[in-house]
Design a binder for this molecule. Structure first.
Ligand SMILES: C[S@@+](CC[C@H](N)C(=O)[O-])C[C@H]1O[C@@H](n2cnc3c(N)ncnc32)[C@H](O)[C@@H]1O
Length: 196
């Protein structure tokens, strides 16, 4: 995963982490990204508010609560980086993604930790079980490549246009945004690659 965050260091970025815990990671991000970074955490535990300090703010609410997330989006700027290290249940990861992905800047990064729960019963996971975050995220591959579908099975959508790359690491998924307007031209069939 080396290098994904390096371009954001010492820049005036906004980072949101879902899941504050004892605040250790918020401190780490503050130290890594520097004095200009605005670090925001969300957590269901009101005690997490106590880790607030200069550059670090915390909102109390659940990542599976759409109303809370919609309200949050009205209070915070577009994000450079979002890290989901919250409850790790399927509905939380999926709701968090569906509400917050559009709130990431054009060149921002969305990172989800602890994908292991997609395979664990106690988190409503299971191997190839419909509804797990892993199964949900497999559609990202089709969305990313939708402009290459000739039979019209795949529709170019906002994900196709706004995502540059997706990276699966051990237990972690990283989605790097980047505007790809040319995908519409490719989809219309006016460009063909030689040999295909
Ligand atoms: C693994 S800890 C976070 C640790 C922190 N990111 C760190 O590395 O220091 C997970 C946190 O997610 C919080 N959490 C659990 N369910 C949540 C939910 N639905 N929405 C937001 N936070 C949640 C828990 O209260 C807990 O503080």
């Amino acid at each position: 995963m080396n290098g994904i965050f390096i371009r954001f260091r010492k820049k005036p970025i906004t980072l949101l982490e879902i899941g504050v815990g004892f605040g250790g990671s918020l401190q780490m991000w503050k130290s890594y990204f520097g004095k200009k970074a605005r670090i925001i955490g969300i957590d269901i535990e009101p005690i997490c508010k106590s880790v607030e300090e200069k550059q670090i703010e915390v909102y109390i609410g659940s990542e599976s609560d759409k109303t809370f997330l919609k309200d949050l989006k009205n209070k915070i700027p577009l994000l450079d980086i979002l890290i989901d290290d919250g409850g790790h249940f399927m509905d939380q990861q999926i709701t968090g993604f569906e509400e917050m992905f559009g709130h990431i800047k054009e060149n921002g990064v969305y990172l989800i930790e602890d994908l292991c729960t997609s395979y664990w019963d106690e988190f409503n996971g299971g191997y190839k079980k419909p509804g797990t975050f892993i199964e949900y995220s497999k559609n990202f591959i089709d969305n990313l490549n939708a402009n290459h579908s000739r039979e019209g099975h795949l529709i170019v959508n906002e994900f196709t246009k706004s995502v540059n790359s997706i990276h699966y690491y051990d237990n972690v998924l990283v989605i790097e945004k980047g505007r790809r307007e040319q995908t519409e031209i490719l989809f219309s069939g006016t460009i063909r690659y030689p040999g295909y």
